[in-house]
Write a protein that binds this ligand. Structure first.
Ligand code: SF4
Length: 494
């Protein structure tokens, strides 16, 4: 079967030829729960929802691109005004268009439909590729619209017609079309090579999220390299990288760092003892009391809000972990709540919080903005539980504060105050606190992605219970970690 360059491959190639190569040559290496797969599912749903109400819109259903292209040609020749999933092939290029509408002058309007709220340059590249392929098939596109999600849409309240907003991106796309031919040619060459093409490290390695090939492309850098030091601007990191200066030692030698960042590199390299501001730490710790609860939520942020009252991408808590200690040095108990995938988790979560968090407890979270937002949002959703939930929000304390303010700074934190960095720095040899030892879920993004898959298709995962246990283990480690950090802070002021 002929292998055409597809629309999604072109978009990957825009980000990086290496990424395009690995997707084409090793598609099996992608996790079933990858962000890429989830985005693909959501984009498909966006197209289905947007085109559902278009009168006489014909859907090209064949998965075989050559057959679908013939079907599309027939639909065009039959004078169909709206075609969804239209297919085109030209030489080594192919594309499927979310929606094409014929205009009165015989030209077409192209609609790029995504489960996204903002137009990005990658979306304009995507559209420019389609415009180019269509032009080679003698289809002239005179308008390009980006169909995006309306973030004001409220499930259960807004009219279905308010779900999407149209943005005219014709001129942005037009400026990219002339470069498509050359770009596509180099992409085809890169994709068919024996080995993954080598690219220098660039912004696309980190954006929109960390590239799945980082372990390959960053392997030649020292373990401690310019990209692993937090707080230093990307501009400075890339300036050093382009000069061939990769190590922490290089960062110092080049004199590229401002005083605070220079000090954090020196502390790391000299293995300096932690620095503490005992007065501030003492004050922070004196504000906490027993019983003490350590709370952490996991949330999903779906483009199509599944439950009434939610907006696109609005966080919705589906799980929490709670470690409780009644008195200093006393027994620590643990409670885990995780809602059944596919069911509205909010009331389950709200009631469990009320049942398990004592009315007089001091509640500690790490980077507490999310916990506060979730408690207040649950209070708004359930007026009968609102007083108790708002009261909890008023008793929240942020365990990140001492690290963010540098009242406790350890060089091994490498400038980061994220929970995982701080924990690793303070307990480098404790395997029970190592997130890598967890199975399946190792960070918040993975938790969000995995649960989104389970929510949208709960029957498709026979191993669901194992995944839910992995989510519980992950969240439990987040709250247990806070107990261990508190212990270190106390030792520091003794
Ligand atoms: S890590 Fe960077 S260079 Fe490597 S494939 Fe990904 S984007 Fe390309």
């Amino acid at each position: 079967m002929k292998k055409y360059l597809t629309r999604s491959e072109y978009c990957l190639g825009i980000r990086c030829p290496g990424l395009l190569w690995s997707h084409r040559n090793h598609p099996d290496s992608l996790s079933a729960f990858s962000e890429h797969t989830l985005a693909w599912t959501h984009n498909k749903k966006a197209r289905e929802l947007y085109t559902a109400d278009i009168k006489d819109c014909i859907f090209i259903s064949d998965d075989d691109i050559d057959k679908a292209a013939l079907e599309t040609e027939k639909a065009i020749n039959d004078g169909k005004l709206s075609i969804s999933n239209a297919a085109f092939v030209s030489g080594s290029l192919s594309c499927r268009c979310d929606l094409l509408k014929r205009r009165s002058d015989g030209t077409y309007a192209l609609y790029v439909i995504k489960a996204a709220a903002h137009v990005r340059q990658s979306i304009c590249h995507d559209a420019s590729y389609q415009v180019f392929v269509l032009a080679t098939c003698k289809i002239r596109v005179s308008r390009v619209f980006f169909v995006k999600l309306n973030t004001c849409f409220e499930k259960g309240k807004s009219n279905e017609k308010e779900r999407f907003i149209l943005e005219n991106i014709s001129s942005r796309v037009a400026s990219l079309v002339s470069g498509v031919e050359g770009r596509a040619r180099s992409m085809l060459k890169a994709a068919s090579g024996e080995a993954m093409p080598k690219s220098p490290i660039h912004n696309g390695c980190f954006n929109p999220s960390d590239c799945e090939n980082k372990h390959i492309c960053f392997a030649s850098l020292p373990e401690d390299n310019v990209f692993t030091m937090s707080g230093v601007s990307h501009e400075t990191k890339f300036k050093l990288y382009r000069k061939g200066k990769y190590s922490f030692e290089d960062m110092l030698k080049e004199g590229a760092l401002e005083p605070l960042r220079k000090k954090q590199v020196e502390m790391y390299l000299n293995d300096s003892p932690p620095e503490t501001d005992k007065a501030s730490l003492k004050k922070f710790l004196s504000e906490l009391w027993y019983p003490m609860c350590f709370l952490d939520f996991e949330t999903m942020q779906l483009p199509f809000p599944p439950y009434d009252g939610l907006h696109p991408f609005e966080p919705c808590a589906f799980q929490f972990s709670l470690h409780t200690q009644k008195k200093e040095g006393g027994k620590v108990s643990h409670y885990s709540c995780i809602a059944k995938p596919g069911e509205d988790p909010r009331r389950t979560v709200a009631k469990a919080l009320i049942k398990h968090i004592p009315d007089n407890a001091c509640i500690i979270a790490y980077n507490m903005q999310l916990e506060k937002m979730m408690l207040l949002s649950l209070a708004d959703t359930f007026p009968d539980l609102a007083d108790r939930l708002r009261d909890m929000a008023s008793r929240l304390y942020d365990m990140m504060r001492p690290f963010e303010k540098r009242w406790y700074y350890d060089g091994k934190m490498k400038g980061s105050c994220s929970l995982k960095s701080v924990l690793h720095a303070l307990y480098p040899d404790d395997e029970s606190l190592d997130y890598h030892s967890l199975s399946r879920v190792h960070n918040g993004q993975e938790a969000t992605t995995v649960y989104a898959f389970l929510t949208e298709s709960p029957e498709s995962y026979p191993e669901k219970d194992t995944i839910l246990r992995a989510l519980e283990d992950y969240c439990a480690l987040d709250t247990y970690a806070m107990i261990k950090l508190l212990q270190k802070l106390r030792e520091a002021i003794d």
